[in-house]
Design a protein around this ligand. Structure first.
Ligand code: 5GP
Ligand code: MG
Length: 184
C-alpha cells in the first residue's frame, strides 16, 4: 500500500504481524477471565481507538463498548500531571466489570486518575489492558493487568498513537525521524 507517512518513520518497533499475533493472544486471555461476566470494554480516546477495534473482535465474549476522552497536561511547577475529562461516560457503570483499553502506559497519571474515577462511579472491578507499556517513566504506582508489548523510553507513533494528531493511521508502531519534530 502507498503511504505518505512511511518516509517519516525512522524505525519500526512492532510490526503489523506482531500486533496481530499478540492481540489474538490477549483476546484469548481476556476470554478466559471474562466469559460469563459481560464486561464493558472502555476505550480511552483518542489513542486507543485502533487497538480497541481489534481487541474487541479478538475477544468473543458478550460485552459492550464505551468511550472516555481525556487530555493530560503537565503543570509547569510540578511533574504530577493533571488529567481532564473532555468526553465523559455516556452510561451508568455501577456494578460493571470494566476492561480499560489504553494505547500506552507511560507516567501512569492518566490511569491513576481514571481508576479512581471509575471506582467512585461504582465499577465492580477494573482491569487495565494496555497495548504498550513504557515502564521507564512511571510516576504513579500503576501496573497493567495485561500489556501487549514493553517499549523503551522513546516517543512512538502509529496504530492509534499520534504526533501532533498525525500518524494515527500508520498500521504499525514506529519511531519518527528527528527532523519530523523540527519541521513542524
Ligand atoms: P501517561 O503518562 O498518563 O501514562 O500517558 C498518557 C498518554 O500520553 C498516553 O495515553 C498517550 O496518549 C500519551 N503518550 C505517552 N507516551 C507516548 C508515546 O510514546 N507516544 C505517543 N504518541 N503518545 C504517548
Ligand atoms: Mg492515551
Amino acid at each position: 500500500m502507498r503511504s505518505e507517512m512511511e518516509q517519516d518513520i525512522l524505525k519500526v518497533l512492532v510490526t503489523e504481524e506482531q500486533l496481530r499475533e499478540r492481540i489474538a493472544e490477549m483476546g484469548e486471555i481476556l476470554y478466559d477471565r471474562f466469559h460469563d461476566k459481560k464486561p464493558l470494554f472502555l476505550s480511552v480516546l483518542k489513542g486507543s481507538f485502533v487497538f480497541m477495534a481489534d481487541l474487541v473482535r479478538a475477544c468473543q465474549v458478550k460485552s459492550d463498548v464505551e468511550f472516555i476522552a481525556v487530555s493530560s497536561y503537565q503543570n509547569a511547577t510540578t511533574s504530577s500531571g493533571r488529567v481532564q475529562i473532555t468526553h465523559d461516560l455516556q452510561q451508568d457503570i455501577t456494578g460493571r466489570h470494566l476492561i480499560i483499553v489504553e494505547d500506552i502506559l507511560d507516567s501512569g497519571n492518566t490511569l491513576a486518575f481514571l481508576k479512581e474515577y471509575f471506582l467512585t462511579k461504582g465499577a465492580a472491578s477494573i482491569t487495565i489492558v494496555t497495548l504498550l507499556d513504557k515502564p521507564a517513566r512511571r510516576a504513579k504506582a500503576i501496573t497493567a493487568d495485561l500489556a501487549g508489548f514493553v517499549v523503551p523510553d522513546e516517543f512512538v507513533v502509529g496504530y492509534g498513537l499520534d504526533y501532533a494528531q498525525q500518524y494515527r493511521n500508520v498500521p504499525y508502531i514506529g519511531v519518527l525521524k528527528p527532523e519530523v519534530y523540527t519541521q513542524q
